[in-house]
Design a protein around this ligand. Structure first.
Ligand code: 4AD
Ligand code: MG
Length: 478
């Protein structure tokens, strides 16, 4: 019977003593052939199991090594040792799985994050990754709670699609055609009508277009699923496979959209603090240690918990793209030629520009609106100035862009015109344009990059450390 076991977290929280329980978990350390620090992943706090002399034969004692799994039944007693109120006085110890101490890669010492990435199949067993992935879970749960409580419908949009939602062309192709000899048409091009779906298909870069179809019936929907981008970006903020949350709301303008996005981010942060305080405090300490290694002028002014509290208690700054360019041009950073990329109206803000705005200038999250239409997707609503669109990006300290969204172009003629300008296949997308033909309404939505949000809440610098098994250029291990 395995289901009679209690979880270490519940046991430690109950503070009750005198009763018998069964626990199961993995050995973190074994001291003096007597004290086991047992962890079952429910918390970073280990349960101290005391194995009195003579309870186990010598041969079995030797099998209690770091990484081995145990089933222990015993009496919960008050602990005399430091650091814990309770401990378990073992009556029986069963070794469920041995772990060869010589070969086990996780030694009871500090390992670098780079090393742990190479053994990502075991890193969940460390305190850092225990905390990160419990927080990730809490945030995922909070996403559903937030939208469910508001009456949004969770729409599962397809993973395989025949369109490029963002029009950016950074897609992974899905095909069953033979590589060595694919069927070709008369002009020599590959004939995708003979492919599995009878057309060329790819992994989705965003569920937005299908999300819009849902919003035109349910009023408010959200998606939460994996998305894929074949961008060759080897940075601490890009993954080839990442999770995105995309709400889409009918009867909604850019203002409502910004308010929802800000509320949503704050809700997620608050949920994590309320439900995973211990983990965040642990990560706060971890980050503080990491910061100590940096030169003084590169250290962040606030600790993790302070930063999260600050974000909760302050409004996000709201500025236009034009203002942002002005601030950058006026900055001493620009005048001292410290930016690598040039600044002029019309550029796509580079990550160094975004980080200057949030980290140096405003020192808080910033929502930028009114981007030039040339650098944004075809579906964004055109502003009356003829130059900008009703886009909004949220930039966060330490991360840069965390949310991208817009009010959508609901006027059929304007949308078709823009699609033609951008050489998009208007006829093929007539299913999308139908929303503008039959009962079109002002609507808006955004996409929150889930891993970037997890980075923000956990303080982890590298996006590879907040997803279980990262997919990045030249890396698809595990
Ligand atoms: O700004 P993006 O490309 O927007 C869209 O896909 C829209 N269709 C969203 C919408 O309006 N429904 O992506 C949205 C967010 C970014 O702000 C970023 O947080 C994240 O997705 N993101 C990535 N995260 C990790 N790795 C990547 N390669 C990412 N690309 C975008
Ligand atoms: Mg974007």
């Amino acid at each position: 019977m395995y289901n009679k076991r209690v979880k270490v977290k519940d046991l430690l929280q109950s503070e009750q003593t005198g009763h018998e329980v069964t626990v199961m978990g993995w050995v973190r350390t074994f001291r003096n052939s007597q004290f086991v620090a047992l962890n079952d992943g429910s918390t970073n706090n280990n349960l101290q199991v005391v194995i009195e002399l003579g309870l186990l034969e010598e041969a079995n004692l030797k099998r209690i090594t770091t990484g081995a799994s145990l089933k222990v039944t015993g009496e919960v007693v008050a602990s005399l040792g430091k650091g814990q109120k309770l401990e378990l006085k073992a009556k029986s110890v069963e070794i469920l799985g041995d772990s060869d101490a010589e070969k086990y890669p996780l030694q009871p010492k500090k390992h670098s994050l780079e090393f742990l990435r190479e053994i990502a199949h075991l890193r969940f067993r460390t305190n850092t990754f225990g905390s990160v992935f419990r927080v990730r879970h809490a945030l995922a749960f909070a996403v559903h709670k937030f939208f469910n409580d508001k009456g949004f419908v969770y729409l599962h949009t397809p993973i395989i699609t025949g369109s490029d939602a963002e029009g950016a062309g950074e897609m992974f192709r899905v095909t069953t055609l033979p590589f060595d000899n694919p069927p070709r048409g008369e002009n020599g091009d590959i004939n995708f009508s003979e492919d599995f779906f009878g057309k060329s298909t790819n992994l989705t870069v965003s569920g937005q277009l299908q999300g819009e179809l849902g919003a035109m019936a349910f009023s408010e929907i959200y998606t939460f699923g994996p998305t894929f981008r074949a961008e060759n970006s080897n940075t601490t903020r890009h993954l080839a496979e990442f999770w995105m949350i995309e709400p889409e709301m009918a009867f909604c303008d850019i203002e409502d959209n910004m308010n929802l996005a800000e509320d949503f981010m704050k809700y997620l942060i608050k949920h994590a603090i309320d439900n995973n305080r211990e983990d965040i405090e642990f990560l706060d300490q971890r980050l503080a240690e990491e910061e100590k290694q940096k030169p003084q002028n590169e250290r962040s002014e606030l600790g993790l918990m302070e930063k999260l509290q600050f974000v909760l208690n302050n409004n996000f700054e709201r500025i236009t793209y034009t203002d942002a360019i002005y601030i950058l041009l006026e900055s001493s950073h620009y005048k001292k030629k410290k930016f690598k990329y040039d600044v002029t109206w019309g550029i796509d803000l580079q990550s160094e520009h975004e980080r200057y705005l949030v980290e140096k200038h405003f020192k808080k999250p910033v929502i930028v609106t009114g981007y030039p239409k040339e650098i944004k997707a075809f579906y964004m609503r055109q502003n009356d100035d003829g130059k900008t669109v009703a886009a909004m990006d949220i930039l966060a300290p330490g991360i840069g862009e965390i949310v991208g969204g817009s009010q959508r172009e609901e006027r059929l003629e304007k949308l078709e015109e823009r699609m033609r300008e951008m050489h998009l296949p208007v006829e093929e997308m007539s299913w999308y344009l139908d929303t503008r033909r039959f009962g079109s309404v002002p609507h808006a939505g955004f996409g929150l990059g889930f891993e970037r949000m997890v980075q923000f809440v956990t303080g982890m610098t590298n996006i590879r450390d907040v997803i279980a098994f990262a997919r990045t250029p030249n890396n698809c291990e595990f």
